[in-house]
Design a protein around this ligand. Structure first.
Ligand SMILES: [Zn+2]
Length: 192
């Protein structure tokens, strides 16, 4: 009898404490779970720097852009080249035969890419350079499309396809960056 009573007592103490924990959990006085923030409430990189090409937040902003935003920002020709790795017709672009001194910026994000100092006559009908303004201005990617093994060149900031890199360029590098005018923007040197 004694044992049974002790057992019942222990069991009821146990049950009571379990009930207490359960009650505390459901009590309205306990802290409510953190309210989920809606995606629009979170400040995105795009909102932080706007669509200003000179935005200081770098590639994060550009790599977050949706296809719809790209289509809105770019001309159909720029979209086909920058986003779909297209190529403009030879001798059709605005810079293949340009000799103006200045800096060629990415027409998509504004990052300086090539200098007129390194532009040369390649005879291909596309603006050609033997080196970028900085090693990290562009990135290189293997491209095996069209049954060829080529090296694709992209803007390092926004990832826009710029053209291809070949090893038949002039000295001092022996490289030929064969680019599309549509994704470049020449900023002429100020007149002296
Ligand atoms: Zn760019």
């Amino acid at each position: 009898m004694k044992w049974t009573l002790a057992l019942i007592l222990t069991a009821s103490i146990f049950a009571l404490s379990a009930l207490r924990i359960a009650t505390a959990r459901n009590s309205p006085t306990t802290k409510p779970a953190m309210k989920q923030q809606s995606p629009s409430a979170q400040p995105s990189a795009a909102a932080a720097c706007g669509l200003d090409p000179d935005a200081a937040c770098g590639s994060t902003h550009w790599k977050q852009k949706s296809e719809a935003e790209w289509r809105k920002q770019l001309t159909p020709e720029q979209y086909r080249i920058a986003r779909e790795a297209g190529t403009e017709r030879a001798f059709s672009g605005k810079y293949w035969n340009t000799h103006t001194k200045g800096a060629y910026h990415c027409a998509v994000c504004g990052q300086p890419l090539f200098s007129s100092e390194t532009k040369f006559e390649s005879g291909t009908g596309w603006p050609s350079f033997y080196q970028p303004v900085a090693k990290n201005a562009v990135t290189e990617h293997p491209d095996e499309s069209l049954g060829m093994v080529r090296t694709e060149v992209q803007c390092s900031q926004c990832g826009a396809h710029l053209g291809h890199l070949f090893d038949d360029g002039p000295k001092p590098t022996g490289l030929r960056y064969c680019l599309n005018s549509a994704v470049l923007n020449l900023v002429p040197d100020p007149a002296k």
